[in-house]
Design a protein around this ligand. Sequence first.
Ligand code: CAA
Length: 282
Amino acid sequence: MKNISVIGSGTMGNGIAHVFAQHSYLVNLIDINQIALDKAIQTITKNLDRQVAKGTLTEEQKSATLKNITRHTSIEDGVKTADLIVEAATENIDLKLKIFRELDEFSPTEAILASNTSSISITQIAAITGRGDKVIGMHFMNPVPVMKLVEVIRGYQTSDETTQKIMSLSESLEKIPVEVNDYPGFVANRILMPMINEAIYTLYEGVAGVYEIDTVMKLGMAHPMGPLQLADFIGLDVCLAILKVLNTGFGNPKYAPCPLLVNMVAAGYKGAKTGEGFYKYT
Ligand code: CAA
């Protein structure tokens, strides 16, 4: 596999494009919005500069990485030579189904179609295409250039061959792939989101303040970020959407989102990206 198309140039999409391009893959980065594409290249350049400053990347490798990325505003143009497409669009089922229908139509029939979804069913996405055996989840973690994990999610129809190819490909990116099956939240978010939700309940019930909750988890459990800071980092709207998938998918009230989370999202306090969540960002 050499030609990789990445759909969506937001936080996850630009990180995924960065990592593939750095490992000598030819990346077609696709977004409907040219301004978003240009901003993604600026972000990738900034993150490559951090690596150069640290001495883990040379200036030549930085230039080669940027040269490996081509920008497109049309899916049809951006996927026609793809061996693999990684979709990293907004977490919205209708949008993802629309994109996968187009990927199935415009990409080579042999191409593997992967989704970076954090919780939407791979099986349901695969069913909209005519190649369910070649549809798989490739869930990267934020920040993509730093985090080692790729959660590889097998849908109901995903073949052994597709899974094996994606496991090997993830290793070629110096990541550690872990294979899991397609059930709500997969593994990462099935475990992470109840912890974040419980931290929000702890705040909501007045057991402790934001600083205290995060400090207990940071210093007591050696987590790099406390759960409330992590929720801000992920996006409170994203946390809410994932909890809803868990709640509906299992029909179990233990996943019901805390009313404080629901209120904060409704009020537009979505975390770092909106300037305020549990913390303020300037
Ligand atoms: N690109 C490249 N390098 C980056 C980077 C980026 N976007 N962001 C941070 N870094 C590098 C820094 O240069 C730094 O490198 P060195 O240590 O080698 O100097 C290192 O990462 C640490 O960064 P900082 O010193 O700026 O800050 P930090 O020590 O606070 O670490 C962090 C930042 C890596 C984000 C750390 O706080 C962390 O690991 N947090 C938890 C992240 C996490 O849990 N991610 C998963 C979220 S869940 C998800 O993504 C999936 C989902 O479905 C919701």
